[in-house]
Design a protein around this ligand. Structure first.
Ligand code: CTP
Length: 414
């Protein structure tokens, strides 16, 4: 597979030699094209050494053009990847500029284009950058990330370049390269629940859990990348809204139940990734509870089960639940599959060093007559694999012949 890697001038460019190694480790040939400012962050010598090919930087390089013209280079590429992609290159791609080698190649290629944005989080959230992102997405450019976390500038937010291994996995995976852009959930509507819920005790206190929402958000992104219209009903999390996804924000389990049922008409797949509070305080006084007693009792009542209620609908979508367990993972997961009448269940062990709030995870997925294990990997990568399996199972059970709806059950979100 031929990857044309465009490197632009952001601090994350220092990670590109590693990215090249990861791409080559997956069997790709990598031809690097740099912009003028990329050289401020990574040397041509390093890039040439890891890619094994001379770096191209100049549209007017007569010698390089003589051996392979920029048009031949555009044809050579199976995939064009720009990593890191600065706000500047996004603006130039969105405007259709062709003033240098990289932008010219992007106009001249028929290969899929993917970009991995990396910039300060305030820049990423700037309306101009977001407008360019939307324009590029509408033209079919795949936007990889950015990731959320601490940034080179010392601040925290969405704007980190995705991990090189994750980028390599996507670029060399079937979605971008293998299947002529075929999207497994094109034309389908997927509803995902994600994150924790908060159940008020009084106006200043609440009961919640350790769900970060990362798995559910990654699932929503992965379903959107497969061409689905995605509605994400999200509890309170500190994650950026995934690109191309309609997000409904809720706080309590009751609100999540209502928002899910308000949106369920026409949904093909329901995926319950939220960690819904199973119980809520029986009543939450309007005023703050004062510490007048030595001990106090809190009476809790069961929340309605969103997943089971959707799976029980007459016209239920293809429904997928999550089971987060600390022990007997398989038995409990299979029990939930049966009792809640789910189509699939995604089970994982949560504990000291796995599950909630970690960036990676391993899961086992079960359905009535099959199961599949997924090894520990980044939640974004795992989500892509799970969504691919969901799409396959949906197709197998409710595929084109019967025109059924695909319901995705939300799983316990982590
Ligand atoms: N779920 C839901 N609504 C609820 C509770 C759970 O939709 N009120 C969904 C979760 O999103 C997840 C699955 O149900 O997909 C989890 O199943 P559940 O039996 O609720 O798991 P636990 O809450 O962990 O139950 P238990 O404590 O009995 O293991």
């Amino acid at each position: 597979m031929n990857v044309l890697l465009g490197i632009t001038g952001g601090i994350a460019a220092y990670k590109t030699p590693e990215l090249v190694r990861r791409l080559r480790g997956r069997g790709a040939d990598v031809q690097i094209v740099t912009t003028a400012s990329a050289a401020e962050f990574v040397t041509e010598t390093a890039l040439q050494a890891v890619s094994g090919r001379p770096v191209r930087a100049n549209l007017w390089d007569k010698e390089a053009e003589a051996s392979m013209s920029h048009i031949e280079l555009a044809r050579w590429a199976d995939v064009v990847l720009i990593a890191p992609a600065t706000a500047e290159i996004m603006a130039r791609l969105a405007s259709g500029a062709a003033a240098d080698l990289l932008t010219t190649l992007c106009l001249a290629t028929e290969a899929p284009i993917a970009i991995a944005p990396a910039m300060n989080h305030v820049m990423w959230n700037n309306p101009a950058v977001q407008a360019n992102r939307r324009t590029l997405e509408q033209r079919g450019v795949r936007i990889l990330g950015p990731d959320y976390g601490s940034q080179a500038c010392g601040e925290t937010g969405a704007g980190r370049m995705l991990d090189p291994d994750e980028i390599a996995a996507i670029v060399c995976g079937p979605q971008l390269a293998g299947t002529d852009g075929q999207q497994l959930l094109a034309g389908k509507t997927v509803l995902v629940t994600a994150g924790p819920t908060r159940e008020p005790i009084d106006p200043v206190r609440y009961i919640t859990n350790r769900s970060s929402g990362k798995m559910g958000y990654a699932i929503a992104s992965a379903a959107a990348a497969q061409g689905a219209r995605v509605v994400l009903v999200s509890g309170p999390v500190s994650l950026p809204e995934p690109a191309g996804v309609e997000v409904i924000h809720v706080k309590t389990a009751a609100q999540m139940y209502a928002a899910t049922h308000d949106s369920i008409a026409g949904v093909d797949v329901f995926i319950a990734a939220a960690a819904v509070s199973d119980y809520r305080p029986a009543d939450a006084p309007q005023q703050k509870i004062k510490k007048t007693q030595e001990t106090m009792r809190l009476e809790l009542v069961r929340s309605d089960d969103i997943l089971a209620s959707v799976a029980g609908l007459d016209d239920a979508p293809f429904t997928i639940g999550f089971a987060a367990e600390t022990e007997n993972v398989r038995d409990y997961a299979l029990g939930k599959l049966k009792n809640k009448k789910l189509d699939m269940i995604v089970a994982n062990k949560v504990g000291e060093d796995c599950g909630f709030d970690y960036d990676d995870n391993a899961v086992d997925v079960y359905w009535r007559d099959g199961e599949q294990s997924f090894a520990k990997t980044a939640k974004t990568d795992l989500a892509r694999q799970i969504v691919q399996l969901i799409a396959e199972r949906y197709e197998a059970t409710r595929g084109a012949a019967t025109q059924p709806k695909l319901t995705v059950i939300s799983t316990k979100d982590q």
